[in-house]
Design a protein around this ligand. Structure first.
Ligand code: UN1
Length: 512
């Protein structure tokens, strides 16, 4: 077991039990409700924090608004320089933070470190971006006129993140939002507040070292109530939310009600099509990692395999064999493949899904179950399982955040694509094939309807350079790379007349 108290000390958060932070000041609420962070690894309490009160929430937002007045005047490349320093600070703390992510969330140490690497990568991306917030120039139809567009920051950006990527998803939003000139208010999952505190500490030291006033990076602890406040608050022009479709719909409706902007990154129900022309060894690694990695708790986790009937039995046998070799246990032990689920509620949801699947006619070829014994004391360790199902089962249409993999048989590619698209969610998708025609058909407009479509790669493990997000019930938002930054800014079209007359557009005459 890692020495968690020395890790908390190294991260500078030993004895921190806040309800919020605006940067330099950490509030230790006297009367807020306690939130205990329990590790799913061993069931031990890591530390406690407090839910922020309404007054504290208001204080955070007004501090952020004040900071915005300063921050939007800092030139973008200078903002990028500060984000560069933040990335460097993360490099120094990569091991400590990655270990804490693994211990608080339960993902493998490799994945915890990988998550911090994603944070570093997005900082590098944002630094470059800080000199590339480009607008277009257009030719005006009027003589001696110039037309162009520029991008301005929005103001206070609310970030609601989920437990499964407790630090990386915040950084995708925050690093871009900062270089764009916004200030951020982060509400992390109440299941993983300690890693959030660690990130905020790292960020605030960097801002302070650059004499930036408090309020550019803000953290607020709480449950769905804080999410509701952010969603309804006209002082928060953009809310970026990651989590369940149910949560996202609530956020979307609140934000839309005031015509605010939102970026939604919600549930996935990701499938890999395994074609008759697939490299089955490669497919096996992609499928198993996608299904059991992070104990099936990624939005991009592989939930369904749509397998060609000619390779179905062979591939099923390979899967069953591979699942037999999986080592489940402490995620900090690098010999293990699969760690725990986040908490006992998640275990119950997993068990309920298995029951529902059986009731609908699903046949389990690898049985699930909760593990018992010393090593599994937290009660959160479950067996990854596999069921043969029909795509239309209600449970198959639903995202269960657990390592339950569904197998579906197909015989022609159009049918496979229809099955892959035949769910309410639209995040990630993949085809395993060495056949160019199949690959291109899958990527065409008649192919996958998801935000992410891969060939000969699984559904999870996206790089930060691409835009990340999906369609339909996944929410439609895009975060991270490509031009996702535009969602954090407002576009302004500017037309300038340098003639000595006032010609009107469309040739309209208006003489006085
Ligand atoms: C998520 O599960 O919310 O593609 C994000 C991946 C990661 C991000 C997942 N880079 O699996």
């Amino acid at each position: 077991q890692p020495d968690i108290s020395s890790i908390l000390a190294q991260l500078g958060i030993a004895g921190y039990n806040p309800s919020y932070s605006t940067g330099s000041k950490w509030s230790h609420a006297a009367n807020g409700e306690h939130i205990h962070s329990m590790s799913p690894v061993d069931g031990e309490k890591i530390s406690s924090v407090f839910a922020a009160s309404l007054e504290e929430y208001d204080h955070v937002i007004s501090t952020a608004q004040e900071a915005y007045k300063y921050w939007n005047k800092v030139p973008a490349p200078k903002r990028g320089e500060i984000v560069r320093q933040f990335g460097d600070a993360l490099r120094k703390q990569k091991h400590a933070l990655g270990t804490l992510v693994s211990y608080e969330m339960g993902k493998s140490l490799q994945e915890g470190l990988g998550e911090v690497q994603e944070m570093i990568d997005i900082c590098d991306f944002a630094v470059g971006l800080s000199r590339q917030l480009y607008g277009l120039t257009m030719h005006s139809e009027r003589p001696n006129h110039r037309m162009y567009e520029q991008w301005h920051p929005l103001g206070v950006v609310g970030i609601i993140s989920a437990f499964n990527f407790p630090v990386a998803v915040w950084s995708w939003n925050a690093a871009l939002a900062w270089v764009c000139g916004n200030v951020c208010v982060w509400k992390p999952s109440e299941k993983t507040p300690i890693t959030a505190i660690a990130c905020q500490r790292i960020a605030e030291d960097v801002f302070a070292a650059n004499d930036i006033p408090e309020g550019v990076s803000n953290l607020i602890i709480g449950d769905a109530e804080i999410g509701k406040l952010l969603s309804a608050d006209t002082r928060v022009p953009l809310v970026s939310a990651t989590g369940s479709t149910r949560m996202g719909k609530a956020v979307a409706m609140q934000v839309a009600n005031r015509l605010g902007k939102s970026i939604l990154e919600l549930g996935g129900n990701n499938a890999i099509i395994i074609s008759k022309d697939a490299d089955l060894e490669m497919s096996l690694i992609g499928a198993v990692f996608g299904a059991v990695g992070t104990a099936g708790q990624r939005c991009t986790s592989t939930r369904r395999l749509i397998i060609h009937e000619s390779v179905y039995e062979t591939f099923k046998a390979k899967l069953v064999k591979a699942y037999g070799q999986l080592r489940i246990g402490n995620p900090l032990d690098q010999n293990n493949h699969v760690g725990p689920l986040i908490d006992k509620d998640a275990v119950n949801a997993y068990l309920a899904s298995i029951e529902k699947c059986k009731a609908e006619g699903g046949r389990f070829v690898v049985e699930g179950g909760v593990l018992a014994g010393d090593e599994y004391n937290s009660g959160c360790y479950v067996k990854p399982c596999i069921a043969e199902v029909e795509n239309h089962y209600e449970i198959v249409q639903h995202e269960t955040f657990a390592p339950i993999l569904y197998l579906i048989k197909y015989n022609d590619l159009e049918e496979a694509i229809a099955l892959q698209n035949g769910v309410p969610q639209g995040l990630s998708s993949a085809i395993m094939t060495l056949n160019l025609r199949e690959a291109e058909q899958f990527l065409s407009a008649q192919g996958s309807d998801c935000g992410i479509a891969n060939v000969n790669i699984g559904t999870s493990g996206a790089e930060i350079g691409g835009a990340f997000g999906g369609e339909k019930e996944t929410g439609g938002g895009r975060e991270s790379g490509s031009d996702a930054w535009k969602a954090y800014m407002r576009r302004q079209t500017n037309t300038i007349n340098y003639s000595n007359t006032l010609p009107l557009a469309q040739g309209i005459k208006f003489d006085l």
